[in-house]
Design a protein. Sequence first.
Length: 238
Amino acid sequence: MILNDFMKSLGQMDDKAFRGVLLRALGLTILLLVAMIWAFASLLGWLLPDSFSLPFIGEITFLDEIGSGLGIGAGLILSVFLMVPVAGLFLGLFVERIADAVEAKHYKSLPPTTPDGLGGQISESIRFVGVVVLANLLALILYLIFAPLAPFIFWALNGFLLGREYFQIVAMRRMKRAEAVALRRANGGQVFLAGLLMAIPLSVPLLNLLVPILGVATFTHLFHRLRLQSRELPVKAG
């Protein structure tokens, strides 16, 4: 069922409203990663000397090129870790537009929402980013102790965090917070699996650019499916 939610999201790539949000979000993500890679390359270029001499070899003058190459490589590697908080920030910026596009196509009979506003969503996303960064910093100990299992720890931790936050913010567009939390807890397994479906491709450079946008769409489908299965929790009308 979760894969079906994801495939519905993927199938909406040709929708004009959805594609417009996707392109804007994708552009911001690329700008962020390019700025990050440029910062790494500039830092390495500043730290490395312009040239130095080696016995029997002579003067070495291509350190700038090495620094640039290392900066690009380091930026791509670091993007694996940074894309998780980036996904959190984008949740606040684009959740309304993406969820509206999904509902306009698949759930046309729904009443208008009464969102908390962009400020509230960004504030919630910034709080979530802080939690993600702190949790992953603490998890560094586990990454080092259990190095062979580090990818699985990374996926499990961030799958749980992303699933929890994405589901609640999407659900709170149409439910009170307490109702959204109750629905999430009652379906914790599915929410975690959907978060895991986000966390794994987030660790793949370039592919991770699409994950935050498709994640919002997938969780919108997941919310409406679970809501219909739990009719005792009312929908908040606009």
